[in-house]
Design a protein around this ligand. Structure first.
Ligand code: SF4
Length: 428
């Protein structure tokens, strides 16, 4: 979500006549888009702003702006800790960025953090980071109240974009050469429950998938993130049936222990979660499942942690995004201080989880060896121009020799090797 906000801010700057600088030293205006999902993101912000004070002092005309979730959450704190910042603005003020910059030129430093947003800004331009794959916001905010999560307080309640608006944006993207889209929302499964179209409420997320699947020239539709408690069978049916919707489901577990899930206020238990996993496996042929896990949530006992391991062993996810619990001020879980887990225990559990999942992921990825897959080429490899990388349908990063291949190609490849984290392939 933040990455896409950055693309939109860049688009608004460009529309105002600015051009992208080649480096920080070459720039006149810098926008720092902040994250606050983990504690070290906050620490990094103030360290970065300290360094940028030096950058700003080199030229009186330089302007420094700070936006995103940390600015939304901390408001005056950012201003007080870094008074040299010209504009501090919240997540709901995104489309005002140029206006606020101009105001700061006239009136000096400005802080503008709206508490909420009425409607989604849909027509803000974007500078896309990728020529091949685009992020498309379908919903912002979240109506849930997971006790570890700061999102509802920095992004507000759920607001969905109208399907026609989304269709319009995706059609334009495809006309400009985009082949793959990723639909973004904090809880895409509840997409549309705040909308009324032709007097009818709740255009389900699955209906949106059917609409977008009709777009000529679009190759793939991905989405993230669904919430397990709101996963409907109609969504799984759409994923299974629609040719452009990738057979990949991210289903965030967070913990396998019912006690911890209750304390997290996740709205499901281990049994319900595994039922969703089972139905995804049954309904979607060769589905690639991924998940998120938080290690060391306050009060997590060894047996709670073992429940999480047991879910991983059962579900055999292709990949698990693992996080060590870090208290976020402003969340309920930050107040469970008496139950915080010792950092050494968290580190040990994290390593055990990682070790187990690395083995599982490796086995899972090996199932592709010897199969042919469609690969969408995204870029050159970070290490060498002799290789390119892209993703197969399941979302697995796949490498291939760059000979006779270009960015944006959608090619048939033979998978010939697998590590726990990526695949290797050759052109068929
Ligand atoms: S559903 Fe996701 S975004 Fe919403 S509160 Fe829970 S973790 Fe945060």
């Amino acid at each position: 979500m933040n990455e896409h906000d950055s693309e939109r801010i860049a688009g608004l700057f460009e529309q105002d006549g600015m051009i992208k600088a080649t480096s920080i030293e070459n720039s006149d205006i810098l926008f720092v888009n902040t994250c606050t999902i983990r504690e070290n993101a906050d620490d990094k912000l103030y360290g970065t702003l300290g360094q940028l004070k030096v950058w700003k002092s080199k030229n009186i005309n330089r302007k420094l702006l700070v936006g995103g979730c940390a600015a939304q959450k901390d408001k005056e704190l950012v201003r007080n800790r870094a008074p040299w910042v010209d504009v501090v603005m919240g997540t709901h003020n995104l489309t005002d960025v140029v206006h606020l910059l101009n105001q700061s030129e006239d009136w000096g430093p400005i802080t503008e953090v709206a508490d909420s947003i009425e409607t989604l800004p849909t027509d803000a331009p974007s500078i896309r980071e990728s020529e091949v794959s685009a992020l498309v916001t379908i919903q912002i905010g979240c109506d849930n109240s997971c006790t570890f999560c700061i999102v509802p307080s920095v992004r507000g309640p759920e607001i969905s974009r109208r399907p026609s608006d989304i269709l319009n944006e995706v059609t334009k993207l495809v006309d400009s050469g985009i082949k793959e889209i990723t639909l973004l929302g904090q809880n895409v499964n509840s997409y549309g429950r705040d909308l009324k179209i032709n007097g009818k409420s709740k255009p389900y997320f699955s209906e949106l998938l059917y609409i977008l699947n009709e777009i000529d020239g679009l190759k793939r539709i991905r989405f993230t993130s669904p919430h397990p408690k709101d996963f409907k069978d109609v969504t799984l049916n759409a994923v299974s049936t629609l040719d452009k919707v990738t057979k990949q489901i991210h289903i965030p577990l967070q913990s396998g222990s019912d006690t911890i899930l209750r304390k997290m206020q996740r709205g499901y238990n281990k049994k319900k979660f595994l039922e969703k996993v089972d139905s995804a496996i049954i309904k979607i042929d060769n589905v690639s499942l991924t998940t998120d896990v938080i290690v060391g949530f306050p009060g997590e006992s060894e047996s709670d942690f073992e429940e999480t391991l047991s879910v991983l062993k059962y579900a055999k996810f292709d990949a698990v995004y693992m996080f060590k619990f870090s208290p976020r001020p402003g969340t309920k879980a930050a107040d469970y201080k008496d139950e915080f887990i010792d950092q050494d225990v968290i580190n040990d559990r994290f390593m055990r989880l990682k070790q187990l999942q690395t083995e599982i992921s490796h086995k899972r990825l090996k199932r592709f060896i010897g199969t042919t897959q469609m690969l969408l080429i995204e870029n050159y490899s970070k290490k060498t121009n002799e290789f390119m990388t892209g993703k197969i349908d399941g979302g697995h990063t796949t490498h291939i020799s760059s000979k006779n291949i270009n960015i944006g190609d959608y090619v048939t490849v033979l998978i010939n090797d697998a590590t726990p984290f990526a695949l290797k392939s050759e052109l068929v």
